[in-house]
Design a binder for this molecule. Structure first.
Ligand SMILES: *[C@@H]1O[C@H](CO)[C@@H](O)[C@H](O)[C@H]1NC(C)=O
Ligand SMILES: *[C@@H]1O[C@H](CO)[C@@H](O)[C@H](O)[C@H]1NC(C)=O
Length: 132
């Protein structure tokens, strides 16, 4: 585990230098992280403990207009990221296994990119995907 995390930091160090960010960032700093609204928010809950346990809520990560040219290491996304918006960037290709391990991801938006090459196994591992 430790070595994998270190690897991510090394991989990102070029980006960090470019952005002059000192810390080892996980997701690009321009990304917004939001909690997804529970799908049953409209229903009245009789339980007083309706507040979700921190860290267990579904997450939405929005990375638009960041001029991203490739997908950052997605194992750094918050736990339970169900929505990932990568629209309006400059992604040019989707490599095999780009989304490996994203078992919670249900919605992936890559509109308005420059994608010209999608490798055969690019979406391998996206078991929960519903919308693309
Ligand atoms: C994500 O889940 C893993 C495994 O359940 C846990 O060890 C880790 O602390 C969690 N990370 C966050 C940011 O909640
Ligand atoms: C991607 O996966 C496909 C199918 O397994 C394989 O044919 C192709 O060579 C792979 N591409 C790369 C660049 O690894």
């Amino acid at each position: 585990m430790k070595s994998r995390i270190a690897g991510v930091c090394v991989e990102l160090s070029g980006v960090i230098l470019l952005l002059a960010v000192g810390a080892c960032v996980s997701v690009p700093s321009g990304c917004k992280r939001l909690d997804e609204r529970p799908k049953n928010a409209g229903k009245l809950s009789s339980s007083p403990a309706a507040t979700p346990v921190p860290g267990t809520a579904d997450k939405k990560v929005v990375c638009t207009n960041l001029e991203l040219t490739e997908i950052f290491p997605l194992d750094t996304l918050p736990n339970r990221t169900v929505t990932l918006i990568l629209s309006s960037n400059k992604l040019t290709e989707l490599k095999n296994h780009s989304f490996i391990g994203q078992i919670y991801l249900e919605r992936l938006d890559m509109k308005n990119n420059l994608i010209g090459n999608i490798e055969t196994d690019a979406f391998w591992g996206l078991s929960a995907l519903k919308r693309l």
